[in-house]
Ligand binder design. Structure first.
Ligand code: NAP
Length: 221
């Protein structure tokens, strides 16, 4: 199988690369700096340099993956934002940083990945349960939640725009022990990623446009 992972220098993205490589799959994966590219090379992946928030870099993805014939594309790159209760207005800089990475980035790269997919290919996008409006019971972390809710809208549009060409889904990876999730999170990266790999392997066209937990449970939008 051929796999593409966007945002794989560390954390969940890096673990996707490690597990797919361990399973014998051919993996192309992106990082933003030399150290991240070297870590991917050491796992036996083909490294590509990509910053999804940078216009020139993101628009150059297509030629880097042209003819890839990927069976699976994983859009993992994301950043967190300040947490806090209630509704607080972010600074413009924070708004731009989070929305450019978590929303504009996937809007830029998903159409380019679709062009490089094999027939029947799947695209899994790392969203978050914090983006779910349907399961929300209290206010807080408004900027991060808004970015992931917007990302979910992008994934739903992708599922409709590319119907018959790609199965597109959103994932909540669980609360995972990474730089972003912190050391007190519920699960380790291996558990999160092995669960998501199982879900990806079992996807059928009717799942496109869905929002799933790492263990396959459906999450309300
Ligand atoms: N951990 C959790 O509990 C949790 C829960 C829900 C959802 N998620 C989502 O899961 C995804 C991965 O989270 P994580 O915990 O693995 O986070 P992480 O440890 O902070 O890693 C984030 C990854 O995204 C990359 N990235 C950030 N900005 C980028 C950009 N502009 N262009 C390309 N790559 C970029 C980082 O690369 P650099 O090394 O270059 O910064 C890094 O590889 C994120 O989308 C996150 O929102 C995580």
């Amino acid at each position: 199988m051929k796999v593409l992972v966007i945002g794989a220098s560390r954390g969940i993205g890096h673990e996707f690369v490690r597990q797919y490589r361990e399973a014998g799959d051919a993996v192309t994966a992106s990082a933003r700096d030399d150290a991240g590219l070297e870590r991917l090379r050491r796992l036996g992946a083909t490294p590509i340099r990509l910053d999804v928030a940078d216009t020139a870099s993101a628009s150059g993805l297509a030629w880097q993956i042209d003819g890839g014939g990927f069976d699976v594309g994983i859009v993992n790159a994301g950043v967190s934002a300040a947490s806090g209760a209630g509704l607080t207005a972010p600074t413009e800089d924070d708004f731009d940083r989070v929305m450019r990475t978590n929303v504009l980035g996937p809007m830029r790269v998903i159409p380019q990945i679709v062009e490089a997919l094999a027939p029947g290919g799947r695209i899994a996008v790392l969203s978050s349960r914090m983006g779910s409006i349907g399961s929300r019971t209290s206010a807080g972390s408004s900027l991060y939640r808004a970015s992931k809710a917007a990302l979910n809208s992008v994934v739903k549009d992708a599922s409709l725009a590319f119907v018959g060409r790609a199965v597109c889904i959103s994932f909540h990876p669980g609360w995972v022990r990474t730089d972003m999730g912190g050391s007190g999170a519920d699960i380790d990266v291996a558990t999160s990623v092995s669960g998501m790999r199982r879900v990806i392997a079992g996807l059928v066209p009717g799942d496109s446009g869905g929002f799933f937990d790492y263990d396959g449970k459906v999450i309300p939008w």
